[in-house]
Design a protein around this ligand. Structure first.
Ligand code: SF4
Ligand code: SF4
Length: 72
């Protein structure tokens, strides 16, 4: 868990697991540790820590992640 929090349940973050190839880039680039890899798939483990920065979306090779910055 990250100690700087945002408002709960408002992030526009969406992960489409069927598109995920398990590269782990989202885990690496997310500054708030929102993702973990589990069975070679990304999993959202801390949804409310997402600040909609877009780093995961920009690095995902398969467009498995969507976020609309500024919504939440
Ligand atoms: S938008 Fe930023 S904070 Fe949210 S999950 Fe992606 S990398 Fe993490
Ligand atoms: S960056 Fe995309 S493909 Fe790679 S683990 Fe994350 S969601 Fe899956």
């Amino acid at each position: 868990m990250y100690d700087q929090r945002y408002i709960d349940d408002v992030s526009s973050l969406v992960l489409n697991p069927e598109e995920c190839v398990g590269c782990g880039l989202c885990v690496e680039v997310c500054p708030h540790r929102v993702f973990e890899l589990s069975d070679k798939k990304a999993k959202i483990v801390d949804f409310n820590a997402c600040i909609e920065c877009g780093a995961c979306v920009n690095n995902c090779p398969t467009q498995a992640i969507e976020v609309t910055p500024g919504v939440g």
